[in-house]
Design a protein around this ligand. Structure first.
Ligand code: ADP
Ligand code: MG
Length: 246
């Protein structure tokens, strides 16, 4: 099958620290890919580069009919890319001075240019889907971590993005809230939303991913179906990592 999303030769350095060392990746439509690997390995940077939250030094990102060359990307291209990707942050990154509904509306009015009325209707629909139909007027400070992250996910869902990026969406949560957030992501995955999810929840990755990528040192070391990575990893580094976290 052809690539819906294609990443080639992605490189990112911070000073003399090369964090992404030439990442190549092809996602087919509806593919759900989990990224695992030690901390400091460039997993977050990879996701952030795909959305130009960090600007890659080199490489090319193709999303459907849009191709962005990192070295030459201008503002309209970057905005076009952002319109087509949804990002879920580890620490929710909600606007503290906005209600749950306003947080979900924000991207629709600013990035999408929707009218407030249309954005509000969509936000209310999303609030229902994330199980927070009665919490639209709540501020983040009045919600549990699990509810806040569900709003963070709802904000990304509202964009109807071709690609959803999840960066360790449960790692900042108290254990009691992890389940409800994983349930919501599972629901999105069941809808065959194309996604890249960085996670330390190995059981969850095994369950929802079509493909698991093990990254170390800014490179993709090994990738394959969950059964292969978790059951029969070929690379010593993958096996050592899985022993440590397992
Ligand atoms: P991971 O998500 O796999 O834990 P990161 O992508 O967060 O790894 O970080 C990879 C490396 O990039 C680390 O060495 C980190 O210190 C460095 N890094 C990340 N962001 C920045 C930044 N904004 N400035 C400088 N160094 C950074
Ligand atoms: Mg990270």
């Amino acid at each position: 099958m052809s690539c819906e999303i294609e990443i080639s030769g992605l490189i990112k350095t911070f000073g003399d620290n090369t964090v992404l060392n030439g990442i190549d990746l092809c996602l087919t439509p509806g593919e759900r890919v989990a990224i695992i690997g030690p901390s400091g390995t460039g997993k977050s940077t990879l996701l952030r580069c795909l959305n130009f939250l960090d600007r890659p030094d080199a490489g090319r990102i193709t999303l459907g009919d849009l191709t962005v060359d990192a070295a030459r990307a201008d503002k309209p291209e970057i905005l076009a890319l952002r319109r087509r990707t949804g990002f879920v942050f580890q620490n929710y990154a909600l606007f503290a001075n906005m209600t749950a509904r306003q947080n979900i509306m924000e991207g629709l009015t600013t990035v999408r240019g929707w009218t407030p009325e249309k954005a509000r209707a969509r936000a209310d629909e999303i609030l229902g889907q994330i199980g927070l139909g009665d919490r639209g007027d709540s501020y983040p400070s009045g919600m549990s971590g699990g509810q806040q992250q569900r709003v963070g996910i709802g904000r990304a869902m509202a964009l109807d993005a071709e690609l959803m990026l999840f960066d360790e969406p449960t790692s900042a949560l108290d254990p009691e809230w992890v389940g409800e957030v994983l349930d919501l992501i599972r629901k999105i995955a069941d809808g065959r939303q194309t996604m890249l999810i960085v996670t330390h929840e190995m059981q969850f990755a095994r369950e929802i991913a079509d493909r698991v990528i093990f990254m170390e040192g800014g490179r993709i070391v090994e990738q394959g179906p969950p059964s292969q990575i978790f059951g029969n990893a070929q690379d010593d580094r993958t096996r050592a990592f899985l022993r440590r976290v397992g």
